[in-house]
Design a protein around this ligand. Structure first.
Ligand code: UDP
Length: 382
């Protein structure tokens, strides 16, 4: 970095999808000697499977601060993060606070930073499902409205932000940072031996993930999805790494006999990034309600049946391999059988989902910093 004054960037992670988005950012910063990077982990996800394994697989540096907030209701978790993050910001005094995605940590930290006058940059800005029953949609709208710099992964996100009145000169279309992780870890993922360990063959199984409250906290919907999986497992193996939130309700339903274990439906613990990537690219198709997996399947060319009626990532449906199926049993079975008869959706890869997004973001941040465009507002600290 030439002619650049020292630049202190503080970035925030809290939950599984955040780790995958921050890893390429940390890695791209390393080659800039004038940047001091401070990483804060809020502890929203905290255990070995949902947090530690991602730091290891993705070689994310040990956080400088861990707020250790743990699980709690939305209000309690957001409040705890805000209280602890204010103390961190007072100490760290960064030039910019970088937040990613749409989790409670994203909103809590951008709110604290913005009120303390620190510039906020949001990576993955502008995604909208237009469904305000989704907690993530509230986090997205609020974070974007108070962020100073908005980095988007697709041009429909730019349009959403402009419609909401955000100024054009603060919006930068940089591409999809999650795909940077995918590109950077292909070789390592290929070396994992998950397929053998699980007794699977390439193209011989369907991979399932579910964690959206609208699917897994409503027991009737969860039963409906399981009855579809029961039919699908008669045709091919179904591998389901279960999110901790989902596991609680699956346990309840198994205990009361409302769902039954099936021979070909393998419920396993959540997988580490590299193990999951390994089986994701070898799956016949994927059934999911995850945002990130809709994007990854589009890049890998794997048909994706999304158990939702809307998506904040419409580009994956428009040009990618994604189909919105909802949670209806018949629709899920019908679309699964289509894939099995060779009629799976094919797609193309969106612009700038190329592995270079983190580099583009850092270049822009450095330019804004050098031009004194990123500055701290003289706001009151009280
Ligand atoms: N993922 C993983 N292990 C799993 C399930 C998912 O590594 O057992 C990864 C997946 O590849 C994707 C990310 O987790 O990169 C998606 O996170 P999640 O579905 O929790 O959040 P969302 O994307 O819906 O916000």
């Amino acid at each position: 970095m030439k002619n650049c004054k020292r630049f202190k960037i503080l970035s925030v992670v809290g939950a599984r999808p955040n780790f995958i988005k921050i890893a390429p950012f940390c890695s791209a910063i390393k080659s800039h000697k004038n940047i001091d990077h401070c990483l804060v982990h809020t502890g929203q996800h905290y255990d070995a499977q949902m947090s530690d394994s991602f730091f290891k697989d993705l070689e994310i540096p040990t956080p400088d601060f861990n707020l250790n907030v743990g699980s709690a209701s939305h209000a309690v978790q957001t409040a705890k993060i805000m209280i602890e993050f204010e103390k961190v910001l007072k100490k760290a005094q960064p030039n910019v606070v970088v937040v990613v995605g749409d989790v409670n940590s994203t909103l809590a930290c951008s709110l604290v930073a913005s009120k303390m006058g620190f510039p906020v940059a949001h990576i993955e800005a502008g995604l909208r499902s237009f469904d305000r029953t989704m907690p993530e949609e509230i986090n997205r709208i609020l974070t974007d409205s108070i962020s100073d710099i908005l980095f988007t992964s697709c041009t429909d996100a730019n349009r959403n932000l402009l419609k909401e009145g955000l100024p054009k000169n603060r919006i930068f279309f940089v591409g999809n940072i999650m795909i940077d992780s995918l590109r950077a870890n292909q070789a390592k993922a290929n070396k994992q031996r998950v397929l053998e360990l699980l007794g699977l063959k390439k193209g011989g199984f369907c991979l399932v993930t579910l964690h959206r409250p609208s699917n897994v906290d409503n027991l009737n919907i969860l039963i409906e999805i399981f009855s579809a999986l029961e039919v699908i497992q008669r045709h091919l193996k179904v591998i389901f790494p279960v999110h901790p939130r989902t596991q609680i309700n699956i346990n309840k339903l198994i205990k009361t006999g409302k769902i039954k274990k099936s021979d070909n439906l393998l419920l396993i613990k959540p997988l580490s990034y590299l193990s999951f990537f390994n089986i994701l690219q070898r799956a016949k198709f994927v059934i999911t309600d995850s945002g990130g997996i809709q994007e990854e399947t589009t890049v890998l060319g794997i048909p994706c049946l999304t158990v939702r009626t809307n998506t904040e990532r419409p580009i994956t449906e428009e040009i990618g391999t994604n189909i919105l199926v909802g949670s209806d049993k018949k629709a899920l079975i019908k679309e699964s059988l289509k894939v099995l008869t060779g009629k799976g959706k094919k797609g193309t890869i969106p612009k700038y989902w190329d592995g270079n997004t983190a580099k583009r973001i850092i270049k822009i941040l450095i330019r804004l910093h050098t031009q004194n465009i990123l500055f701290r507002y003289p706001k009151s600290q009280s």
